[in-house]
Design a protein around this ligand. Structure first.
Ligand SMILES: [Fe+2]
Length: 315
């Protein structure tokens, strides 16, 4: 083992590194320890291994994006002038992004409660992870990283129609929180809120994370989970066994999903205006109480996320 370390200068003992590798970055642990959610991006802490992980991830996605990504995504990559060789600085990305749609990427220490996440979208702020997965495990993603967030999500935020749809999805969360204001202590209300959050998560999952868009006789990808996955992007578009269904809100909100395998079922929108309209229908159904009884199953709505909506009302 030690021979390998000496032969390859990039293979340092990761546990002694003070860099920004996912799940073992001391800077992030300290921020979490203080309870900080929004943080700065200490760009000087990225190690050579971190930059090399970015370079390899970016390099191997390029041909896949050209073949399978939605054209707005490809234009977005161009207009953000993302450096393919080094982990980008959020402030550089924002300099190009903000004038286009008002969106900015904002560094976070990790998980932020669901209400805060959606409410950030409503304010055109995208909570962005700053750590990057380990160079030796480019396909393994224990949690979102900066490659997923900056290369998968942010290029889509350059498109005004997509940005408006994202803001509208964030607006659904705000409307839901207001609806539950003052009655969050009743069991019935909490049950309805749980179902509503499950529906909202499913909507987000099958659109922003794993959405496909009609393109000629086929489809192209706009979902960020696919846009940042070297293996799944092709599978999503080409594998015969994947079901690709026209977007149906009734189905989406009742459909459970698993996060650790390739998605067997994906939904296709016609356009981002279509997505915007569907987000509007989601909000209407939420306000009518229709989402309280959606089918059980994944994702599990955890207590912190539920609490964040109850508390969010006062925001
Ligand atoms: Fe994501």
């Amino acid at each position: 083992m030690h021979t390998t370390l000496i032969e390859d200068p990039l293979t340092e003992d990761p546990l002694t590194e003070n860099d920004l590798t996912t799940t073992r970055a001391p800077f992030i642990e300290a921020a979490k320890g203080r309870g900080d959610m929004f943080i700065r991006q200490p760009h000087e802490l990225y190690s050579d291994r971190n930059h090399e992980a970015w370079r390899q991830l970016y390099q191997r996605m390029l041909p896949k994006w050209e073949k399978y990504a939605n054209h707005k995504f490809l234009e977005g990559i161009e207009s953000l002038a993302i450096n393919p060789d080094r982990v980008p600085k959020l402030e550089d990305v924002n300099q190009f992004l903000a004038p286009l749609t008002g969106f900015v990427a904002k560094a976070v220490a990790g998980y932020i409660p669901a209400y805060l996440f959606f409410d950030s979208l409503r304010r055109r702020e995208f909570p962005t992870t700053i750590t990057i997965r380990d160079l030796d495990h480019l396909d393994y993603l224990p949690e979102p990283d900066i490659f997923h967030d900056i290369s998968g999500h942010v290029p889509m935020h350059t498109d005004p129609a997509f940005a408006d749809a994202l803001v509208r999805i964030g607006g659904v969360a705000h409307a839901v929180a207001r609806q539950f204001a003052g009655r969050a202590d009743s069991e019935e209300a909490l049950r309805e809120l749980t179902g509503t959050l499950r529906a909202l998560s499913r909507f987000f999952w099958f659109t922003v994370e794993f959405g496909l868009m009609r393109h000629g006789d086929g489809v192209r990808v706009y979902g960020s989970g696919l846009l940042s996955s070297h293996g799944e992007i092709q599978h999503a578009v080409e594998a015969a066994k994947v079901q690709r269904q026209p977007f149906q809100l009734e189905w989406v909100i009742n459909q459970s999903f698993e996060i650790d395998s390739y998605q067997p079922l994906l939904f296709v929108v016609d356009s981002f205006d279509h997505l915007f309209e569907e987000a509007g229908r989601l909000e209407k159904w939420a306000l009518e109480g229709k989402l309280g009884n959606v089918a059980a199953g994944e994702p599990v709505v955890d207590a912190d996320d539920l609490r964040s909506f109850v508390d969010g009302v006062t925001a």
